[in-house]
Design a protein around this ligand. Structure first.
Ligand code: CTP
Ligand code: MG
Length: 227
């Protein structure tokens, strides 16, 4: 796959996870009707299990928001992206090739069937990964798994930080920027494993984007620290 389409597909794929992780900051603000996920309890090492930065509202609100983003992706994929690809498919060229190469008459209905059903072969003929349909019009389960997985990954990140005696908000480079995307990917694998280049792009680019987003969040006074 070319690098630019791969980057675009990668971000389309991971969007619910970014949305969930980003909005947890907004939903988690304030103490009203909110509790920390560890209910203030300590772990066996007498340090907090997760700390004050992981709340019930952040988890539920973030997961719900990310799932809604996933549902909107499904609708726009089905309504816009797939019909657009279908209308741009060089079906006439394939039929011409089938004729000129002396393929059997069954080939033509076969090609049309592939085109109408968005089969893996359709995407190969379009020069896209075989499972592009799952990428372009992801299911709502996909949005949920990515959102919930992102926040569980973030929670595990905080658990590790507390074990290392890092206080809430103290930086843990790499861990702070990647825990959520690793969690999101692992959860989403239950439903679908994307091409390896998509996974690599996300693991490499996410930390940089996360840092940039947090600097903006800090300037907007949404976040307490610029990381
Ligand atoms: N947040 C939340 N609930 C979550 C995740 C995040 O309420 N499940 C909110 C908290 O207000 C948190 C903020 O989002 O302070 C930023 O999240 P993050 O940077 O992950 O937490 P930190 O406060 O830095 O805590 P930690 O050191 O545990 O990462
Ligand atoms: Mg933090």
């Amino acid at each position: 796959m070319d690098i630019l389409p791969a980057i675009i597909l990668a971000f389309w794929f991971i969007l619910p996870a970014y949305a969930a992780n980003g909005l947890a900051v907004v939903f988690g603000r304030g103490q009203r009707l909110n509790r920390t996920l560890d209910f203030g309890h300590n772990f066996i090492d007498n340090r907090r299990i997760f700390g004050d930065g992981k709340t019930v509202r952040g988890l539920i609100g973030g997961t719900a928001f990310g799932t809604i983003i996933g549902a909107l992706q499904f609708i726009s994929g089905e309504q816009v992206a797939l019909p657009w690809l279908q209308s741009n498919a060089p079906i006439g060229l394939w039929i011409y090739l089938a004729f000129t190469t002396g393929a059997s008459p069954i080939t033509i209905p076969f090609l049309i069937y592939q085109w109408l059903t968005f089969s893996p072969l359709f995407f190969i003929l379009m020069g896209l990964p075989t499972n592009s349909k799952t990428l372009l019009a992801p299911t709502i389960l996909h949005g949920f798994l990515l959102s919930f997985g992102a926040l569980i990954g973030d929670l595990i990140g905080s658990f590790i930080k507390r074990r290392l005696d890092l206080q809430r908000g103290q930086p843990a480079p790499v861990l702070d920027q990647s825990d959520f995307v690793i969690g999101a990917l692992i959860f989403s694998f239950v439903e679908y494993i994307p091409p390896i280049e998509i996974i690599l792009i996300l693991l490499v680019l996410t930390p940089m984007i996360h840092l940039l987003a947090n600097m903006i969040g800090y300037k907007l006074k949404l976040k307490r620290e610029p990381w």
